[in-house]
Write a protein of this length. Sequence first.
Length: 191
Amino acid sequence: MNGDSKTFRLVFSALMVAIGTVLSLFSFSGFWVYGGSVTFCSMLPLVIVSYRYGWKWGVFTSLVYGLVQMVLGMQNVMYGPNWYTVLAIALLDYIVAFGVIGFSSVFDGHVKNESLGLVLGVALAMLLRLLCHFISGWVIWDAMWPNEMGLASPVYSILYNGSFMLPEAIITAVVAVILNKAISFKRLGRR
C-alpha cells in the first residue's frame, strides 16, 4: 500500500489513535502533589500523525482522539449539573484539549533544525492543551468543587494541571525527537 494514499492515511491515523488510547490507559498517578496523572507518550502518536501529514490532518485526528477519550471519561463529563457545563467539560477537557495536539507540526519547515522544530511544536501543542485544562479547572471544576487547600481558583488550576502537563510535555518531546531521529516520522510507512 502506498504510504501517501488516502486509504493508508486513514488506516495509519486510526492506528495512531488506537495506540494513543492504549497508552493513555497506562498512567502514573499519585506522584503529583496536586493530583492528575502522566501517561507514557499517549500524545506521541498524535504528534507523529501531525508531523507526517501536516497540522490540519493532525488537528482532525487529534479531535477524533479527543472524542474517544471523552467516551472513555464520560463519568467526568456527566459531573456537570446542567447541559452547558457538560458541554464545556466535553470541549475544554476532551475535544479541544486533545484537538490542539495536532498543532505540534506547525514549526515543521519553519525552523532550520528539525529536532528544535519538533520540540517547539510539542511545547506549543501541550501549552495549548494546558490552557484548555486551566480554563476548565478555574471556571468549571472549582465552581462545582472548590479546592480543599483554599487557594485562589486560577492558582490551584495552574498548579494542578501544570503538575502533570509539564512532565507529559517533556516526556513526549524527548521521545519524539529520539524516535524521529531513528525512524523519521515523514518516511514512516513509505516504501
